[in-house]
Design a protein around this ligand. Sequence first.
Ligand SMILES: [Zn+2]
Ligand SMILES: [Zn+2]
Length: 272
Amino acid sequence: MTGLCELHAHTSYCDGANTCEEMTLAAIDAGLESFGISEHSHTTVPQDTGNLTAESLPLYRAEMRALREKYAGKITLLAGIELDLLGDTPTDGFDYVIGSTHFVCAGGEYRFVDDDSKGQLETAQRLFGGDFYAFAEAYYTEESTVARVTGCDIIGHFDLIAKNNEDDCFFDSSHPRYRAAAIDAMTEILKTQRLFEVNTGAMFRRGRSEQYPQTWLLRELLARGGEVILSGDAHTTAAIAYKFREMEELLRSVGFRHRKILTADGFRDIAL
Ligand SMILES: [Zn+2]
Ligand SMILES: [Zn+2]
């Protein structure tokens, strides 16, 4: 019982590089007690491709059932889904649901929130007249509904909009408009769901120096009674449980006393 758990991972069923079995074997090698794969739900957004489809959904579920049996005794393998706010994949029968907002919509046009820098700038320009704070407000208005709409167990990458904002290069993360939008969304989410992931995905893939949510938001979360679970948002075997020990240090310094893990018996607290 290592107390190590990773629940946010993607495979070749979606935009991940490795198979479910390769990811499972890497999780065993990394000493994880439990490991979950959380494929992207299908969404109603026209340009959103590469997620679970009516054809791949039963294959994913069957493969996860088979792997769970095959590696029983070595790891607790869980089958999850990352349900987008606009997702329409049925979630019954999954072990857990991560709720995420990947799109903003304005003027009938959908844009990825987690685009690259160029794409995010284009979105701010085309949809919000170049006002990045208006972009952020639109994002957090959507995000504020994610727990209620998806019925998720875990809030995924709460401040995804900050993906490319290293050194505040796109917007000032201490700006009153940004802070108010983020805190209003957090407050609304907390009425339905208290568990937020601490996600190192952009640290692994983009070299970001901070996790989602940023440290100031973790302080706000703690002050409002929120709880945390570590997540690597792994799209390759190497990203599983990335920087989890550093995140534990950070959470301790913020003042969190425990983090959650999910096992076959449900969620459990691990002392920090
Ligand atoms: Zn996501
Ligand atoms: Zn993800």
